[in-house]
Design a protein around this ligand. Structure first.
Ligand code: JNB
Length: 817
């Protein structure tokens, strides 16, 4: 295929502007220019996309289906340009057309079809699948509204809808020919099939149409283009005169409303179950559509040989959200394709695999049987049957131990437990970092590990080096490529070659110059966008992630208050100036998290208003954290805050992004931080706080007494007092009393300081002093920063995906001509 040239791009953009908007380059808006460029590139991508699928058909390949409620893709265009090696051609074409490429790229709305780590991981995985040459589909929902847009008003979070489709959807291809009908409610009846046997079907169900929109997933310097398939819900259009006459008018309207609601909005609660009927509808909607299409295609290719399904299709369940796949696959095989139960079960078990992403108990999905069986009556029957057979097996293995059986059952206490369904119906169960998998095996899922040890395995998360270094940090990318060549983009272990240069004064200088340039660029962006001045010569200390108590943004801001108080008491204190940057969305219903946002903003204001600390401390909360903002922050970070209560953060992936871009981590022994420590060595990471085992022991002992810490530790006392003495808000002394109470007394029946902020405070403070000391020694700091980049190879999602392909999916790479 002919590569897209500079001239092709120029004429493509001009032509597209003319036909789509009757505009010229001179009169078009940045929005229109973006669309014209996107459509030009998409046209070119389509050739590779078609070739990819021709190859899949011809070679009859095995395909992995990554089933996920969330895909946090970030902007498409820049990534496509990079992966297609079109960066130079596009740059030159736009320069000749006198278009500012930045303006065009910034005009793309960043689609937020995910909450955080789990959704962004899915996006990194798709990039790696295409880059490595693995046939794959990402399957999910085309929400019309992504994660809300966060505004900050008077220091408080305010949510606004994110209408990402408003300006058009140049990358999506509507595939009406693959639409599928999805049924909800109704009654289960059995009718005689063509085979003369009785089969279950639904009577009087509500029907919604699932229409797929396909988005290209371009691999880096390969010709493979995989597909992100997002299903949109539409009414089936039964709004005909007949149903009107038969008095079904209301029902018809109800169905239309139902359809419109289904793919309307992403649930914005991160690691917290909503328990809402609409969420269960969404889950069944995209699972049923995906599986109907996969089986239809399988039958076209292989006839009725469904026993071979697992050799051609693997379904990876991104947490329990898609775990209805297990029951829906059973339904289709048994009710639609007339397979015997045992055969269908064998097929299902061998084609599904489950990834766990959190051990927070509030994120365990359990559906009330009443709701589940009403909405999905046939699926419920199947889940019950799976449960009955599973419990019978348990009885055979353990004898009659009702307590144990009740603990492990899929249906119990009036609920369906989705994690148990996912484990029983899969051939693989994996955690996302070594410590996380150990906790699953030994604590959280110990019961299941005992009966299915062979299913459990670890797949430590990774991030794509394309978006998270090559794309977001051109300065550092260029320096690395000039030094060791460009192979690192596909083989991140190549970065090891930088290790000998960590002590090289000339390289240190260049590395830190790039960092400084990135800090200046970020400072300019902050000045322009928010009007705040930040000093690029201060330490950029960054904590960006969802706002959650276990992630302990509170520990960070408490330490800032402590620094403030310390400087006030001793204005000549010798510390390196610091800029603390925060960004985080809180679930709309998570009151405590929103109060913490308000606290961060109040502290920022207090510091801004105090000349004594001016030039030494700065705090800024950046509103509306999202992928495109992360791409600006990560390259400019000196210090990366990864400070969760040990045992709570399954892996973390932001930690890896900062490490790759040469930031030094201050972190706990949690999630993938532990493996980062192994890779980078203890001289190049700042570790503090209780390890997970100590946290567990302290919690179990019931002896944790924050008041003792308050009484013994003068710094803690000062920080907590600041929360309630009017320093932060002269008009309302009680604004933050809830946080004070939560720390010391327990608030609303909860235990005091559930996440051990105060317990780890002294250790954190001391670790921050180590950071300060290290930064003052310029060579030492440069060496640490370089060692972080040089040691980040393990955290490429290419490594992770290769392990999934080899150890779970049995998937081979393909080469597209
Ligand atoms: C999540 C996440 C988990 C469950 C729900 C929503 N987990 C989101 C994150 C972990 C990180 C880890 C990433 C990728 O593996 O994002 O996954 O790095 O440590 O916190 C959820 C949503 C609704 C209902 C129930 C659960």
């Amino acid at each position: 295929m002919q590569k897209l040239s500079k001239e092709d791009i120029k004429s493509g953009v001009v032509e597209m502007l003319r036909t789509a908007y009757r505009k010229t380059v001179a009169t078009a808006t940045p929005q229109q220019i973006y669309n014209a460029l996107a459509l030009t590139i998409k046209e070119y991508v389509s050739e590779h996309w078609i070739a990819t699928h021709e190859h899949f058909d011809k070679a009859d390949v095995k395909i992995v289906y990554y089933l996920s409620m969330e895909f946090l893709m970030g902007r498409f265009m820049g990534n496509a340009i990079l992966n297609l090696s079109l960066q130079d051609a596009v740059k030159e074409a736009l320069a000749e057309l006198e278009i500012d490429i930045n303006l065009a790229e910034e005009a793309e709305h960043d689609p937020g079809l995910g909450n955080g780590g789990l959704g962004r991981l899915a996006a990194c995985f798709l990039d790696s699948l295409s880059t490595l040459g693995y046939p794959a589909y990402g399957c999910g929902i085309r929400y019309h509204f992504g994660i809300f847009e966060q505004h900050i008003e008077d220091g408080y979070q305010v949510e606004k809808p994110d209408n990402w489709l408003h300006y058009g959807d140049p990358w999506g291809v509507r595939r009406e020919e693959y639409a599928k009908e999805i049924q909800f409610g109704g009654r289960v009846v059995s009718i005689k099939g063509d085979d003369g046997e009785y089969h279950f079907t639904l009577e009087n169900a509500q029907t919604v149409l699932a229409v797929p929109y396909d988005y290209p997933v371009v691999g880096y310097e390969t010709n493979m283009v995989n597909t992100l398939r997002l299903w949109d819900a539409e009414p089936v259009n039964r709004f005909d005169l007949q149903s009107f006459n038969e008095g079904q008018y209301e029902r018809s309207v109800a169905e239309q409303n139902l359809a419109r609601q289904l793919s309307s909005v992403l649930y914005p609660a991160d690691e917290h179950v909503s328990g809402k009927e609409l969420r269960l509808r969404q889950q069944y909607f995209f699972i049923s559509a995906t599986l109907q299409r996969v089986l239809q295609q399988f039958e076209q290719r292989h006839g009725k040989k469904f026993e071979k399904l697992a050799d051609y299709a693997q379904f990876q369940l991104n947490d329990t959200h898609p775990s209805l796949a297990i029951a829906e696959l059973m339904r289709l095989l048994v009710d639609v394709y007339y397979l015997p139960w045992d055969t269908a079960w064998e097929i299902t078990r061998t084609s599904c695999a489950y990834t766990n992403h959190t051990i927070l108990s509030e994120a365990l999905e359990k559906w009330p049987i009443e709701l589940f069986s009403r909405l999905l009556p046939r699926i419920y029957m199947i889940v019950e049957e799976i449960n009955t057979r599973f419990c019978k097996n348990l009885k055979e293995w353990y004898g009659n131990d009702p307590e144990r059986i009740r603990a492990m059952a899929i249906c119990a206490d009036g609920q369906v437990r989705m994690a148990h369904l996912a484990i029983v119906g899969s051939h693989s169960v994996n955690g996302v970092a070594a410590i996380h998998t150990e906790i699953l095996k030994n604590i959280e899922l110990a019961n299941f590990y005992e009966i299915y040890p062979e299913k459990f395995n670890n797949k430590t998360n990774g991030i794509t080096p394309r978006r998270w270094l090559a794309k977001c940090n051109p300065g550092l990318s260029g320096l690395i490529t000039d030094t060791i060549g460009r192979d690192w983009v596909r083989d991140l272990d190549e970065l090891q070659k930088l290790k000998p240069l960590a002590t090289d004064a000339a390289f240190q200088q260049k590395f830190m110059d790039v960092k400084h340039d990135n800090k200046i660029m970020l400072s300019n962006y902050i000045k322009q966008t928010y009007g705040h001045s930040v000093d690029p010569d201060s330490i950029f200390d960054i904590q960006v992630k969802r706002l959650h108590e276990y992630k302990r943004q509170l520990l960070n801001i408490f330490h800032v208050i402590d620094m403030y108080v310390t400087i006030k008491m001793n204005p000549r204190l010798d510390i390196k100036p610091r800029t603390f940057l925060f960004a985080a969305k809180a679930a709309a219903s998570y009151h405590r998290a929103k109060l913490i946002i308000k606290l961060i903003n109040s502290v920022a204001q207090m510091i801004d208003n105090d000349p004594v600390v001016a030039g030494r401390l700065k705090v800024l909360f950046l509103p509306n954290y999202r992928v495109s903002m992360a791409e600006k922050l990560v390259p400019a970070a000196d210090v990366s805050e990864q400070i969760s209560t040990a045992g709570k953060e399954a892996s973390g992936t932001g930690n890896m992004k900062f490490m790759l871009n040469g930031a030094v981590t201050i972190g706990t022994l949690d999630g993938a931080n532990i493996e980062m420590l192994e890779e980078v060595g203890q001289d190049n990471i700042v570790i503090f706080g209780m390890p997970a085992a100590e946290v567990q022991a302290l919690r179990a002992s019931g002896t944790y007494a924050p008041w003792d810490l308050y009484n013994m530790d003068f710094n803690i006392r000062n920080v907590l007092t600041t929360l309630i003495n009017g320093t932060l808000d002269h008009n309302n002394h009680d604004l933050f009393r809830e946080l004070y109470d939560a720390m010391l007394n327990g608030y609303g029946g909860a235990r005091p300081d559930e996440y051990f902020v105060l317990q780890d405070f002294a250790s954190y403070k001391e670790a921050q002093e180590r950071v300060d000391a290290a930064y003052k020694d310029k060579q030492r700091w440069a060496q640490m920063a370089i060692m972080n980049t040089a040691s980040a190879g393990k955290f490429s999602s290419d490594r992770t995906i290769k392990q999934y392909a080899d150890e779970i999916w049995g998937l081979k790479t393909e080469h597209i001509q």
